[in-house]
Design a protein around this ligand. Structure first.
Ligand code: URA
Length: 260
């Protein structure tokens, strides 16, 4: 997509790109819809050079095409496509987090008003409870599930026995599993048999295997946080759409500009 060069005549007020010809939307309108403030405020963001479209500084009058153009404000990508949806689900035990199950068990997708465009971001085991995101935003899914972006996931873990300080240290330092050593975890003992464990990797049954490796098999596992997202009031089986602020916070967390 070409960008707007110097005005060629007073009549040319907008860029001559596909967006301009094809009737994309005014950038400030898209930014306002994404929750960045009033249209006037969004115009100021553009004037201040804080908005990039497809990697290039935007100018006032720029139009963008949802699903095509990438818009970034202060380094954070903005969801421009009106069709993008982000849902937070509290998965109960017995529900699978794949989009379909050959054994016919209920899926997390089937919990959410039949919106078949949505896909789970990462996996929770059928016997694990807690928070999982569903979205049709493939880019965010990639970044949230890729270990190199380091998005934290926090779990409450009820285990057999009473882990010692030494076993917690092993989890903090990294334990050897059959697919390699785990990255250092954050661990707190919140009850004699209850751990709060935070990891940013997403290997298959990782928390269960980590706890098993220190001699404390998991009895119950609940995911309580994904990056900046948490919701203690969301009951098992319930779901809700994420707010624009939550989506932006996820974007920040998965581009490494947030603290977590
Ligand atoms: N670790 C596990 O062992 N299971 C999950 O579902 C998630 C993390």
């Amino acid at each position: 997509m070409s960008t707007l060069g110097p005005p060629r005549s007073a009549a040319i007020l907008v860029d001559d790109s596909a967006a301009g010809r094809g009737g994309g939307e005014r950038l400030q309108k898209v930014l306002a819809r994404a929750g960045l403030g009033s249209r006037r405020h969004c115009e100021i963001l553009i004037e201040e050079g804080r908005v990039l479209v497809n990697g290039e500084p935007a100018i006032l009058g720029r139009r963008v095409v949802p699903d095509v153009d990438e818009v970034v404000v202060d380094g954070v990508r903005i969801g421009v496509a009106p069709g993008l949806r982000y849902v937070l689900v509290h998965k109960p035990v017995g529900v699978v987090s794949t989009a379909a199950d050959p054994e016919g068990r209920p899926t997390v997708v089937s919990l959410v008003d039949g919106d078949s465009r949505l896909f789970p971001v990462g996996r929770l085991d059928a016997d694990t409870e807690g928070l999982i995101i569903l979205t049709n935003d493939g880019d965010l899914t990639y970044r949230l599930t890729h270990p190199s972006f380091g998005v934290d996931k926090e779990y409450l873990v009820w285990v057999d026995g009473h882990p010692s300080r030494g076993s917690l240290r092993l989890l903090r330092e990294g334990v050897t599993l059959d697919d390699g050593v785990t990255a250092p975890a954050r661990v707190a003992l919140v009850g004699p048999d209850l751990l709060r464990l935070t990891i940013h990797e997403g290997r298959n049954r990782q928390v269960r295997r980590m706890c098993e490796s220190i001699g404390h098999p998991v009895r119950r596992l609940v995911r309580t946080r994904i990056g900046p997202l948490t919701d203690r009031r969301l009951k098992p089986g319930a779901w809700r759409d994420l707010s624009t602020d939550e989506v932006r916070a996820l974007e920040r967390a998965s581009t490494g500009t947030a603290g977590d």
